[in-house]
Ligand binder design. Sequence first.
Ligand SMILES: [Fe+2]
Ligand SMILES: [Fe+2]
Length: 136
Amino acid sequence: MADTFFKWDQQKLSTHVEAMDNEHKKLVDIMNRLYERHEAKASKIELNSIIRELAAWTITHFDHEEKFFDTLPYSHAAVHKKIHKDLIERLKGHQAEFEKTGVLTPAFFQFLKTWLTAHIMGIDTKYGEIAVKQAG
Ligand SMILES: [Fe+2]
Ligand SMILES: [Fe+2]
């Protein structure tokens, strides 16, 4: 059994907004599945379908998240949306590369890891703090 790619850490990764945490967990689950199936040398077709699922869920999650933080007095909304757009572009870039080469590089998995840690921990937790304050 291969090591898990990414372990959810409630203390570090929680936004304190349950709905968003659940969506982030689902994101982690898809990434873990992609990693495990890649380690198990699954076919290009199978890996491609997981990457598609990841891309689709990412777009859905970012949409939910943006709608959520737009209801808060959150001053970084525009910057946050721009970062989401860039992440989707980068994910699509990796996806296109995989379709061409059939290889998922360590750089690709590093990109996923950085996204989870830097984005969720560094940025998503910011609207979480405001949501918590708002809830009083
Ligand atoms: Fe975000
Ligand atoms: Fe998020």
